[in-house]
Design a protein around this ligand. Structure first.
Ligand code: ADP
Ligand code: UDP
Length: 237
């Protein structure tokens, strides 16, 4: 599959068209951004790690019955995916309180959430991805009732699969963000699942092993991502 034109450059990935209009190539760059792109740094090896980590997770999700856009790895830092009509929505499930939930509700970080919470956010950097609800999504026609139901069901299904996967590798899946898109009449999981878009803590020490190390200037960002990949058995080299 030949890479053709650059379609779009986001904060961390560049999207290319291919010979096949139904397929795209995602290039995972080393750029690491936080605070809606206000803080940006290049972290050596990060693109390769996230590309291979994402491939590993997408395959686990497919095996667990979640349909995804992932086709195959095409290089160390590129993957072939189905060309989705993305919904402008982020779906977040939280098992433990952290991040914007704590800032918004004034609650302490680290509380177990039983049952886990579900939130929708609008994908809009200038507006800082505001939180939205089902009613906003319907009124502004960002997705249908049926797609809302599917996004919730699939995001929780991902939680069941990945919580167990990370638990077996000595980690807590604190929270994560997913994006979905339309393809041939079906809703598929798109974008990526990597330590850039989730929170993972060591189960014993509660050490942070995700992008919070970058957001909070804790250092050892790539080392933490490599640690997570190593524990899961993701082959990097
Ligand atoms: P951001 O948009 O947050 O800056 P990225 O740098 O990761 O994020 O850019 C990747 C872009 O590609 C995102 O806008 C995402 O919604 C989009 N995307 C991801 N997977 C697909 C896909 N399979 N088909 C079409 N677009 C996709
Ligand atoms: N997240 C993401 N992209 C975003 C916003 C959030 O990948 O644009 C992820 C984030 O890494 C975390 C989860 O979604 O795992 C919940 O993020 P939160 O709402 O707490 O926002 P944050 O404080 O991380 O910006």
């Amino acid at each position: 599959m030949n890479k053709k034109d650059q379609l779009f450059a986001g904060k961390a990935k560049t999207v290319y068209t291919t010979d096949d209009p139904t397929r795209l190539i995602l290039h995972f760059r080393n750029d690491t951004s936080a605070f809606d792109g206000e803080k940006i740094e290049q972290l050596d090896r990060k693109g390769m790690i996230n590309n291979k980590f994402n491939a590993f997770i997408m395959q686990k999700l497919e095996e667990g019955g979640v349909a995804t856009h992932f086709d195959k790895l095409v290089s160390d830092d590129e993957s072939l995916v189905k060309n989705l009509e993305m919904l402008p929505i982020e779906c977040v499930v939280r098992n433990i309180s952290a991040g914007s939930l704590c800032r918004r509700l004034g609650v302490e970080e680290g509380q177990d959430l039983n049952p886990p919470t579900f939130e929708f956010f609008l994908k809009n950097d200038p507006l800082h991805d505001p939180m939205i609800n089902d009613s906003h999504i319907i009124s502004f026609n960002w997705a249908t009732e049926d797609e809302i139901a599917q996004m919730k069901e699939l995001t929780f299904k991902v939680n069941t699969i990945l919580k167990a996967l990370f638990k077996d590798a000595g980690m807590l899946l604190v929270d994560y963000k997913l994006e979905f898109g339309r393809f041939e009449g079906k809703l598929l999981l798109g974008d990526e699942f990597s330590p850039d878009g989730c929170r993972l803590w060591d189960a014993e020490t509660r050490n942070k092993l995700d992008k919070d190390r970058f957001r909070q200037g804790l250092g050892g960002v790539v080392e933490a991502y490599e640690e997570v990949a190593g524990r899961l058995g993701v082959k990097l080299d």
